[in-house]
Each structure stands twice: as structure tokens, then as C-alpha cells.
Design a binder for this molecule. Structure first.
Ligand SMILES: [Zn+2]
Length: 40
């Protein structure tokens, strides 16, 4: 099996790899750190 080429396996520390934040007031916001990819 071939490995998928990725720039990094590490998840974004800012959003814990989700790519977005869950807002307390409701809804979500794209993580500015990783741009929504959830990766570093
Ligand atoms: Zn992020």
C-alpha cells in the first residue's frame, strides 16, 4: 500500500486538528492558523 503524501501528519495545535473552532455562542469559525485544514 502506498502512503499518502502529506506535508505533515501533525495536527494544528490551535484547533486540535479540527480546522475550526466551536464557538460558545453557537456556530463555528475557521481556524486562522491552519486555514481550516486542521494541519500544521
Ligand atoms: Zn487550526
Amino acid at each position: 500500500m502506498k502512503k499518502k503524501q502529506r506535508q505533515s501528519d501533525k495536527s494544528c495545535d490551535y484547533c486540535a486538528g479540527k480546522g475550526y473552532f466551536q464557538l460558545r455562542l453557537g456556530g463555528s469559525e475557521t481556524c486562522p492558523c491552519c486555514g481550516g485544514t486542521g494541519k500544521k
